[in-house]
Write a protein of this length. Structure first.
Length: 447
């Protein structure tokens, strides 16, 4: 059987984990419909008329919809017990899956999507959804007080579905304080996520110390500030008037109160500092990229060259002359738009900014030219990267938006791949240059 779709996509992840537990070897095709030619897209529509991934090719025909494929894997591998050991357990597994899909996941998405920068942030909605999510997690926490798994005495589809959701939640969105009410759930997550069948797909589990905050674009911040100013203008004037009318006596009383509380405040600060000193300091993890063998290619020098070069083609020529394929790799990036995305340039710019914002620590190891290409309302986010190492780095694997970005490795000796890099790295004139068949609207360096 062949599973079609990129391995890091969340819809694919759960299927790959289930296949691991089922002992089923799946042929893989990392196909991404968005990047395909029109002829290839038309051929793919025969497999899934919706034109979306994932698709599972079987000897009987093609299956689409990730949860259908997920359940199919369990049904054809009954010995794996992924669907339980009895008709009753099978129904309980379905019960959990239906609950996760219809009730749990919609609330979960309202929490994680603003963090990923995929949905606009609304504080009221975000806070309410976070509380609702905690209430549902409490239900699972209570189940796990006396049970190792959600259903029966073996791992089932219900566990796999939940763990792959918790993987993002605990890694990026729920910090120590948020996880504290769920000790059994955290223990359950760490135990299962560290099993080889999960590790082979999701990588090493992690618990965040500080949660990522929802991404708010500069435009949204400016709009919120303007709205606040508009609403609060009159109130501010009244407050200023009230301040000028304060009696000197009241001010004196405030100063006396401040003096009285000054010493305890200092004691409290000192006590807090001592408590913090008592906590063991986290060891800084060395970046694996720093341990790679030395390379003849100097990335810093090249960044300086291309950014300042008036003639980018000469800089690209130098790049290929100096490039070391054993120490660095080149990648083409494209973004999988959700419905309604890519309609307006400035909003599409925000999506790219949000992606860059969460890659600050990677700048030392990479360079890219990325941008927004095409015409409203059908804009695309694309770009070409070079980075240290020859595989996908942890910085991207752990990025909260990675499942929406597709990366394809390019060959520095392949003429078509060389032309693609040159086209992106030289097509810097916004609203003028045509890159990959689309007009460049916004072009940015990642350096």
């Amino acid at each position: 059987m062949k599973l079609i779709g990129p391995s890091y996509n969340a819809r694919i992840v759960k299927i790959l984990i289930a296949a691991n537990y089922a002992g089923i070897s799946l042929e893989r095709d990392e196909f991404w419909p968005k990047d395909a030619t029109e002829a290839v897209k038309q051929e793919f529509l025969k497999k899934n008329p919706n034109g979306k991934i994932p698709v599972l090719e079987t000897e009987h025909g093609c299956l689409f919809e990730s949860n259908t494929i997920f359940r199919y894997i369990a049904r054809i591998a009954k010995d794996s017990k992924l669907y339980g050991t009895s008709t009753y357990e099978e129904s309980v597994v379905d019960q959990y899956l239906d609950w996760f899909i219809s009730s749990f996941e919609p609330v979960y998405l309202r929490v994680i999507m603003p963090i990923r920068g995929r949905w606009p942030y609304n504080k009221e909605s975000f806070d309410k959804s976070t509380e609702n999510l905690k209430e549902m997690l409490k239900i699972v926490e209570d189940v796990l007080k006396n049970n190792q798994y959600l259903v029966g005495n073996n791992i089932t589809l219900a566990d796999i579905y939940l763990i792959q959701l918790l993987n993002f939640l605990f890694r990026f969105a729920f910090d120590e304080k948020s996880r504290k009410p769920f000790p059994n759930l955290v223990k359950y997550y760490l135990k299962l996520a560290n099993e080889k069948h999960f590790l082979n797909v999701m990588g090493r589990p992690a618990l965040c110390k500080n949660a990522l905050k929802p991404y708010i674009s500069p435009e949204e911040l400016a709009a919120a500030a303007a709205n606040k100013k508009k609403k609060g203008g009159k109130d501010t004037e009244k407050k200023e008037e009230k301040k000028t009318e304060e009696k000197p006596e009241k001010k004196k009383q405030e100063k006396v109160a401040e003096k009285k509380t000054e010493k305890p405040e200092k004691k409290e600060t000192k006590k807090k500092a001592e408590e913090e000193e008592e906590e063991p300091k986290a060891k800084s993890d060395k970046n694996p990229l720093d341990s790679l063998p030395p390379s003849s290619f100097n990335l810093f020098d090249f960044k300086t060259l291309i950014v300042n070069a008036p003639e980018k083609k000469e800089a690209v020529k130098t790049f290929f002359e100096q490039f070391d394929p054993s120490g660095y790799s080149i990648w083409y990036m494209s973004y999988d738009k959700a419905e309604g995305e890519g309609a307006v340039v400035f909003l599409t710019n925000n999506l790219l900014s949000g992606f860059f914002q969460r890659l600050e620590t990677f700048r030392k190891y990479a360079f890219a030219v990325c941008g927004v290409y095409g015409d409203e309302p059908n804009l695309e986010i694309r770009g070409v990267w070079v980075w240290r190492g020859t595989e996908m780095p942890n910085e991207l694997k752990d990025h909260p938006q990675i499942e929406y970005f597709n990366f394809t490795k390019l060959d520095s000796k392949n003429e078509n791949d060389r032309k693609k890099l040159e086209e992106y790295w030289c097509g810097m004139n916004e609203d003028e240059d045509v890159v990959d068949g689309l007009k460049a609207r916004t072009v940015r360096f990642y350096k």
